[in-house]
Design a protein around this ligand. Sequence first.
Ligand code: DGT
Ligand code: MG
Length: 576
Amino acid sequence: MSASPARNDRRIILHLDYDCFYASVFEVEQPALKSLPLAVQQKQIVVTCNYEARRRGLNKLQLIKDAKRICPDVVIVLGEDLTKFRDASKDLYLLIRSFIWGGRVERLGFDELSLDVTEMIDYNVGLLNPNTMTTSFFHLDQKDPTVGFAYDATKFVGSTYPPTEEVFARPPDIASLEMKLLIASHLNGYLRGIMEHEKGFTATGGASTSKLLAKLVGSVRKPNNQTTLLPPYETSQEAASNVIPFMDAHEIQKIPGIGSRLAHKLRSLVTGPDTGDQKVTVRDVRLFPGMGPVLLEKTLGGPGAPKGIGMRVWNTLHGVDNTEVLEARDLPTQISIEDSYGRGRLDNMESVRRELTILAKSLIRRMRTDLLDKTESNPGQARWLAHPRTLRLSTRPRNAPETDGVRTYNANRISRSAPLPTFLFHMDENIDALADRLVREHVLSMFRKLHPEKSGWDLSLMNIAVTNLVESAGDQKQSSGRDIGKMFRQQETVLKDWTVQEPVERAVIMQPNVSEIPEVPVPEVPGWTLTAPPDEADVWEEGDEESLGDVECALCGAAMPHFAQLAHQMYHAVED
Ligand code: DGT
Ligand code: MG
């Protein structure tokens, strides 16, 4: 077997995963739902359910009909319009980011955050006083020493892996990784408390030295809990490392970055032909004879596989992940809205016009939500932080049935682009009128160019997007955690379980003061037709949760996180 990869445990990373996120969004709106079993429906599937429903035997990604059979009094709410989830997600992200120095927060899908808190923890370790450890103070602001919270630096918050009782008879050494993680567990608990107190959302937290380990250890105890992965981490002495047994126990497909396709190949390697129901763990793969980066490259590499996949997976199996927490952009790169349609629903121009108008309304609403400067109190005078220059219409036609009557799935979208008409930026017109005009004067002619036939297109999907965003003058950097002192000053915090030494003013992220947008000439964009799916790598995209993973649907080629595969397969099953 090849040598274990070297570790670099200099960073401290926290992970937050909001509990039953879509269901919580409804519960925050209507608190009475909290005590009832609640399921959120998309198509024919329960995409998530609250923990009361889980206690009664319901699961995520179950068919609605099964959920009703298992729990007849389940309350079902429709969750197909993602707007409120996106808004809550953005709100929570901005709240958490306001605390983190340098804004080092990455949003993963709608309901997970990775936080690089290395600098905050190093700073606070430097201020520890060995004589007053139980009455330490966590500084949230380097400039204002009164901003922060009191904590006991001899105890972890939440649980640990392995459990603390077994290993923690002695207090950790101040210079140790253990001490950094202990302090990080207090920050993790504080942030979770803030989220719950300020916004009503609970989350599950993890603390470790990489995005991978923080995420995995976070899911050890759900919901509304947190876990810290304790050192030693060194893999050079495997017997002593906590990382290796922790990683080893996971089923291979549960590991972030190893989606179903890779898991399938690894299972086939380890057990022979993969029937899908074998349980193959990280340990089974790691200890397979001859295992190492070379065999992994041979097994997983090939056309379409990312370069160096063997080494990456070898690192992952050992819990080594050196990827950075990516700071999110404040503005999207594009905004796109789409919907899918059952067979025969889009077969005449009137139904196409009606559906395009619905999509256009959502698009304009999203443009206003994401691209307007919210600091202007009079909405009529709000300024655009960025101007998209291009309008894109994409569709996905169904394949005609083959001679044997079987209809194959068409994964390809076709698209057409044109300059975005500037009337869309008029704030004095209402959204319905703008959407109507956009469709009549622009989108319908794009549609006819894509589909010159008068009818019979049988489309399974339509998408309208604005792309090619040109940011307005001024920089769009928002205030980061370092400015937090300004935000904390007046109002008293009544955070349960958290002692805050200083009265605080609530964290409000200040948008930059952007000066008037100069008139930029609209570039000429010739119409063109694509056969590949458009680039969907935008953090605020419609359908975010299905655009951020590394798994690809074998039927339609859509990228999605591996957790989404089952629902996605069901979606195909019920689509037509
Ligand atoms: P948790 O974290 O187990 O308490 O429950 P959730 O509901 O937060 O589940 P999570 O973290 O896997 O996903 C976050 C949200 O994303 C969830 O509330 C609904 C949505 N979601 C999860 N899986 C899928 C999926 O396969 N398809 C679709 N359309 N949405 C999904
Ligand atoms: Mg969650």
